[in-house]
Structure formats: C-alpha cells, structure tokens
Design a protein around this ligand. Structure first.
Ligand code: FES
Ligand code: FES
Length: 296
C-alpha cells in the first residue's frame, strides 16, 4: 500500500507500484488537468504537477515514489493563485489550443511561490521543460510577469472585456476553462465501457513492409480488434491540397517517415492496447531514408 496526500485528501494506493502518476490521475481518478503530451517521454511538460512543493513530470513519476508525499494538481491549487495566473494567460493571449497551458500554469504557480518577482531570464529558465506548439513563448512570458505582479500586490485580475467589434483583440473563446484544465480534449473524455486505441508506427523512416503479423497481439486478453491498411475500404490517401498522404501503410508498400501508421489496436484499456502493439511483428526491407536539407 502506498500512502500519500492528493489535493488535500489521503490516498491509499494498492495498485501497480510501477504505474505512472499520470496514468493514475487521468485514468483512475479522471483528473485531466495534467495532460499526456508525449506519452511518458518526459519531454513536453504538459503533465506537470506539484510534489512536495516542487514541479515534477507526472508521466515520469512511478507510484512507488509517492509514499508520504503531498501531490497537488491544478484542481488543488489555491483558487486566487490559480485564477490570477489563468486570467493573466488569457489576457496576454497565451492560450491558443491550450493543451499545454495547465502544465505551464502549474509551473508558473510553483515558480512564483519560490520566486515572487522573477526576471525574464528566470522565467525562461523555468519554462525549459515545456513545449508549446502554437502560442509561442513570448505571450507566456508576458502572462507570467503580469501574474507575478498581481499576486505580489494581492490584486484581483479580471478577464479583459472588449466591445466585441471587428479590429479589436478579444480573449480567445473558452480560454479560461481551457487554461484551468476544464476543457475536454478528446483524450480527456471518459465514457462507461469505452475502448482505447493505440497506433503502431513505422520503425524505419523508409522501408518496404513485407509482413505484418498481428496474431500474437490479437490473442492478448482485452484486445478487441487489430486493423491494418487492408481493413480500410476505398481511398486511403488524404491531404489538404494534394491527396498524397496515406493514412496507413500496407503490406508491399513503402513508408515515408516514422510517423506512418502500420496497425491500430482497439482494447479494453490503454495499457493493453500499448502492450498489444509491442506484440505486433513487422518485417521490413529497410532502405536509406530520403531527406532534403534546405540551407537558408
Ligand atoms: S506527458 Fe509528461 S512530459 Fe510530456
Ligand atoms: S497553446 Fe497549443 S500547444 Fe501550447
């Protein structure tokens, strides 16, 4: 049994000690403010939580490490601090898709409790473990400076109201809910008896697929279905301008990059789906990758 405090409540965990805190929070408790942005590679910061007053990546923390600790997710942050930081992010335009934002806001909260008046350089250092693919970091830095000022002076911050006219910048729709982790991304939706899917990507950037053997994977308990290119009827190529991107690569075809999908598994749980992926055996004829480098 592993005992710890989560958002002020005692947890007695009896499950797999090797499981990650992120899986426990998201899959068991449906606490979805920590996001799974890189599937446990500890490279994106989207899963940042507070453990014993320090910022930690929940995807890299095993449950066995939590004994006696105090864990806080954004849901357990003091309301004033969480709201002020979130509103600063909204007002500065630092929330775009918002998938990364709860992680950034958790980092901001921990930074400001250690250093209420950070310099720009200190903010940039604190954000080194975080990736944002759509906002750009300048707006986030501005938001942190604004939040720091408001919290230092114990002032309230309200979301900017605008006339609603064309030509005026408005806070992004739903950005506050997104910032505090209440917006449901697809990965945050849990339904009774829902199934989970995982994709098998190519092991080589350029290789001909000779054989896809799914027999072992399909025998794993909890696996409902494995699909490959052969299961997709009709045209498999998609694209905005030219339809030249195959959604799956089939036997006898050649991959273009390691993001090409070769098989998909549907299973009772995320864990089973990912385990089944590891049992899919693919034989390739491997070629040298083709790459173009443009020097500007
Ligand atoms: S999900 Fe933890 S760092 Fe990306
Ligand atoms: S706002 Fe989209 S990834 Fe950061």
């Amino acid at each position: 049994m592993i005992f710890f405090i989560l958002n002020g409540k005692t947890v007695n965990y009896e499950g797999d000690p090797e499981r990650t805190l992120l899986d426990f929070l998201r899959l068991d408790l449906h606490i979805t403010s920590p996001k799974d942005g890189c599937s446990g590679q500890a490279t994106c910061g989207a899963c940042t939580v507070e453990i014993d007053k320090k910022a930690k990546l929940a995807c890299a923390i095993k449950m066995k490490k939590l004994e006696g600790t105090e864990v806080l997710t954004m849901e357990g942050f003091p309301e004033y601090v969480r709201d002020t930081i979130a509103k600063a992010y909204v007002n500065k335009g630092a929330v775009q898709c918002g998938f990364c934002t709860p992680g950034f806001i958790s980092r901001t909260k921990i930074l400001l409790q250690e250093n209420p008046n950070p310099t720009l350089q200190e903010i940039q250092n604190a954000l080194k473990q975080h990736l944002c693919r759509c906002t750009g970091y300048k707006k986030i830095e501005e938001a942190i400076l604004l939040a720091a000022e408001k919290i230092r002076n114990n002032e309230q911050l309200e979301i900017t109201k605008t006339s609603g006219k064309i030509g005026i910048s408005h806070p992004k729709y739903n950005s506050y809910e997104t910032a505090v982790g209440k917006h449901n991304f697809v990965d945050d939706i849990y339904l009774d008896e829902m199934l989970f899917a995982a994709l098998k990507f190519s092991d080589h950037p350029k290789a001909k697929i000779l054989i896809i053997n799914t027999e072992k994977a399909s025998q794993l308990e909890g696996v409902h279905r494995i699909f490959t290119a052969g299961d997709i009827p009709g045209e498999r190529k998609v694209g905005l301008i030219y339809q030249d991107w195959p959604v799956m690569i089939g036997t006898g075809e050649t991959t273009h990059y390691i993001g090409d999908v070769i098989a998909g598994v549907v299973a009772d749980s995320d864990e089973i789906a990912r385990k089944a992926l590891s049992l899919i055996n693919i034989e390739y004829e491997v070629y040298s990758p083709v790459s173009d480098v443009f020097w500007l």
